[in-house]
Design a protein around this ligand. Sequence first.
Ligand SMILES: [Zn+2]
Length: 105
Amino acid sequence: MPAPSALCPDCREPVLWTITEAGRRHAVDPTPTEDGNTAAYRDGVGTLRSRRPSEELPLLPYERLYMPHVATCSVRSGAEPPDATRCLGVIRLDERRGRRDRTGR
Ligand SMILES: [Zn+2]
């Protein structure tokens, strides 16, 4: 059973550290989820590479969708740095749920 690679420095929950296309470290929740907005795969040396899927480049067969940890972190939720949130395009869970309820899905 693989050990979690790291813990969140804020809430101590296990997270996976990915490297974005811009070369930044980006923590995601360790369990892939269809609700996530971060696509990630392991490259040849075992590094998790992440990116945002787009219409031009949708999720590829070897990629999984993950939820950015800042969206679920119990310590940082509601207090995440505004700049980082905007940059990563994090979708707040509350907004998603609200939207889903209104559309009846
Ligand atoms: Zn956390």
